[in-house]
Design a protein around this ligand. Structure first.
Ligand code: ZN
Length: 385
């Protein structure tokens, strides 16, 4: 009886093993497949951003078809989440429909039906892994009254919600400081009557990085300014620096961008290789022809902050205008910069950042810089070609 049991057990085990072997070609790869978790979008009349959320970094092919215009992406070694809505229509903008499905056993295909495509850009971002697709249509002609139209500024206070950003030794949170500066800046600009001002968040909420300039693109903003407080493991490092988007070999600048992107420095380097292969960032900068304008804006902000704050506080460190690959600037259609207003990791500057008056001075300095920037560019540039 006992022996029989063992034999039976062995037999059962044998058949179980056989079953696993038989089914393993389909079962095992399924467990290692990357899951297509969600598809999000922002769409306006001449632009859309679609984000495909994934469980891991994916290899993909991109394809374009005409009549009707559509893009499709085959995501290699992927499976589709059963929670994902596989087909939906989008009203009003350039994006018409989003369709996705398991094209074959290891490929998910995502199809985007679009009204028109002048250009498009695809990039892979990490933490969380996602594919970001920007599609550009023909820009609408600006109205005749553009010459007197208000300038539209989108201010982006970094972090929020579960993401506190950098934290000072005394417990000051970057997300709180930058929100306060952004709201102060909005009030100052609104008083001038020449600006329309939006903030990407008004309260302590989390907003994904790719959503922030998508909001600005959708609103057809003239400027996008992301506000942050800096941090360094070396507590004595202090000062102000302003960034624009580009790749750099500057290790310190890359460290700042890696921290703001919430990825490791190694991952930044991997991404550079990946994006270089796609030629993504140069396309992005050249198509929108915003690099020179972003440089001008960055210098106005940097100079204004350093000189205004130096009038009151001695020895303000001017760390200058730099560039690095910040997710939050990537894909912005307008001149866009990221300001690191001071170091929250430096005890002296954390103390200053905790003070209402210091934050107000930062906001006033940025507002002055925005004024100077718009005065410096000929209004005629705003008229559509
Ligand atoms: Zn930050």
């Amino acid at each position: 009886m006992f022996l029989n049991l063992i034999t039976n057990t062995k037999r059962i085990l044998k058949y179980t093993l056989l079953a696993v072997l038989i089914f393993s070609p389909t079962l095992l790869p399924a467990s290692t497949k990357i899951v297509v978790k969600d598809i999000r979008y922002w769409s306006s009349s001449d632009y859309t951003r679609v984000v495909i959320d994934l469980s891991d970094t994916v290899k993909f092919s991109k394809n374009r078809l005409s009549n009707p215009e559509r893009l499709y992406f085959d995501l290699i070694n992927t499976t589709i989440s059963k929670d994902l809505k596989t087909s939906f229509s989008v009203e009003g903008g350039i994006l018409k429909n989003v369709r996705s499905g398991q094209f074959n056993s290891d490929t998910v295909r995502v199809v985007l039906d679009v009204r028109e495509i002048v250009d498009f850009n695809v990039s892979v971002l990490d933490n969380p892994p996602r594919l970001v697709i920007d599609i550009f249509g023909k820009e609408e002609a600006k109205k005749q009254d553009t010459m007197i139209a208000k300038k539209r500024v989108v201010i982006d206070p970094g972090h929020g919600g579960h993401d506190p950003g950098a934290i000072g030794l005394k417990g000051l949170y970057e997300k709180d400081v930058v929100l306060d500066i952004a709201l102060k800046l909005k009030i100052i600009l609104m008083k001038k009557k020449t600006y329309e001002v939006f903030t990407t968040r008004k309260t302590d909420v989390f907003i994904p990085l790719e959503e922030r300039n998508a909001i600005a693109n959708k609103k057809k903003a003239d400027l996008f300014i992301s506000i942050h407080a800096n941090a360094s493991p070396t507590r004595k490092v202090k000062g102000i620096e302003t960034y624009l988007l580009n790749w750099t070999d500057d290790e310190e600048a890359n460290k700042v961008a890696a921290r703001e992107n919430a990825i490791s420095l190694e991952k930044m380097k991997e991404m550079k290789q990946q994006m270089d292969d796609l030629g993504v960032i140069m396309n992005d900068l050249e198509r929108q022809n915003k690099r020179d304008e972003s440089i001008k804006l960055a210098h106005h902000i940097q100079n204004s902050m350093v000189s205004n704050l130096n009038n009151v506080y001695k020895n303000v460190s001017d760390l200058g205008v730099k560039w690095a690959f910040f997710y939050v600037l990537f894909g912005a259609k307008m001149p866009s910069v990221l300001v690191e207003v001071s170091f929250i990791s430096n005890p002296e500057e954390e103390k200053l950042l905790s003070k209402d008056f210091y934050r107000l001075q930062i906001a006033e300095s940025i507002a002055d810089a925005i004024d100077k920037y718009f005065i410096s560019i000929p209004t005629v540039q705003k008229v559509s070609y």
